[in-house]
Write a protein that binds this ligand. Sequence first.
Ligand code: CDP
Ligand code: MG
Length: 167
Amino acid sequence: MSQIEKSLVVFKPDAVSRGVVGEILSRFEKRGLKIIGMKMLKPDREFFYQHYETIGKMISRRGEESFNDNLHYMQLSPVIALVVEGIDVVKIIRQMVWPTMPQDALSGTIRGDYAQTTREYSNPLHRPLFNLVHASGNAEEAEQEIAHWFQPEELFDYERADQAFIY
Ligand code: CDP
Ligand code: MG
């Protein structure tokens, strides 16, 4: 059933360093999605272990080396994390970002419009798979990720002025 839910988005170091955070953020705003929390931070290894392994099962899925490569990528600069609210927002944001590999991403998606590398190029060289944003994969992942990245008092309840014309 469709419902108002929340998702975590993280602007990765390539988005921050390339100065495209504002452009990408405006896509979410224009879609009618509501930003209910946002901050810049530079998480340590333990924080990313919780995010990518405890919640995301990256080491179980792809091995320790993948995690270390990704950790290096995620620590190249600060990141910007936000919580976004909307109807079926987890799925909507995945559609806007999707898919993981920039080489498979169609124009119109964030990775399709802003990313260029491929897994075959970056993985063997242990280079970052620059793909600009993290977005929660499903509702359960979103709930765990939001609790990991944000304190309850860092999230806000307010009405967008155009909300009556969106919901
Ligand atoms: O980010 P997404 O949920 O689409 O993909 P994931 O499977 O949860 O992987 C997390 C991140 O690991 C990706 O966004 C890539 O930055 C990185 N990755 C990689 O470097 N090499 C791969 N073969 C797969 C993912
Ligand atoms: Mg994921």
